[in-house]
Design a protein around this ligand. Structure first.
Ligand SMILES: O=c1ccn([C@H]2C[C@H](O)[C@@H](CO)O2)c(=O)[nH]1
Ligand SMILES: [Zn+2]
Length: 152
C-alpha cells in the first residue's frame, strides 16, 4: 500500500494557524451582524488557507468563515486537512462552527482537530466527530442500501 505523507502539525504550525485565523477575522465582511469570524485550515502538506465570513444584503447568502476557508483550499486542489482554527469576538466561552459548517468539514475528515479560540487567546480543542456525532459522510453513499430504497 502506498504510504501517505502527512505533515504532523508542530506548535509553530499551530501558532501560525491561530495568527492566520485572527488576521482573517479582521477581514470579515459583516455589516449586518457585526459578528466577525475568522478561520484557518491547515492541510496535511502544511499549507494554510484562511477565510472570513462574507455577508450579503440578501442575508441567507452569507458565507461563514469556515466555509470560505474550505472552498478556498479545495478550489486550490487541497482536500486533506489536519486542523482548523476558528475565532470570533465571543469572549465568554467560545463560539463553535454552525451546523452547516460542521457538515461541510465532515465531507473531508471527521478526525479533524477543531480549535476554538476566543479574544483572550484561550482555546479549546475538539475532534470534529465529537461536534458532529453520527455524521452523514461520503461513506454513507457507499453503504449497501435496501432494494426498496434504491430509486433507478
Ligand atoms: O460557524 C459560523 C457561524 C456564524 N458565522 C458568521 C455568519 C454571519 O456572518 C455571522 C452571524 O451569524 O457569523 C460564521 O462565519 N461561522
Ligand atoms: Zn457556518
Amino acid at each position: 500500500m502506498e504510504k501517505k505523507i502527512v505533515h504532523v502539525p508542530s506548535s509553530t504550525d499551530l501558532e501560525e494557524l491561530f495568527r492566520e485565523a485572527h488576521l482573517a477575522k479582521h477581514r470579515a465582511y459583516c455589516p449586518y451582524s457585526k459578528f466577525r469570524v475568522g478561520a484557518a485550515l491547515l492541510t496535511s502538506t502544511g499549507k494554510i488557507y484562511s477565510g472570513c465570513n462574507v455577508e450579503n444584503a440578501a442575508y441567507p447568502l452569507t458565507t461563514c468563515a469556515e466555509r470560505t476557508a474550505v472552498v478556498k483550499a479545495v478550489s486550490e486542489g487541497e482536500m486533506s486537512f489536519t486542523t482548523i482554527a476558528i475565532t470570533s469576538d465571543v469572549e465568554i466561552g467560545y463560539s463553535g462552527p454552525c451546523g452547516a459548517c460542521r457538515q461541510i468539514l465532515a465531507e473531508f475528515d471527521l478526525d479533524l482537530d477543531v480549535y476554538l479560540i476566543n479574544p483572550k487567546n484561550e482555546m479549546k480543542m475538539y475532534k470534529l466527530r465529537e461536534l458532529l456525532p453520527i455524521a452523514f459522510t461520503p461513506r454513507d453513499l457507499q453503504k449497501p442500501r435496501a432494494a426498496h430504497d434504491i430509486i433507478d
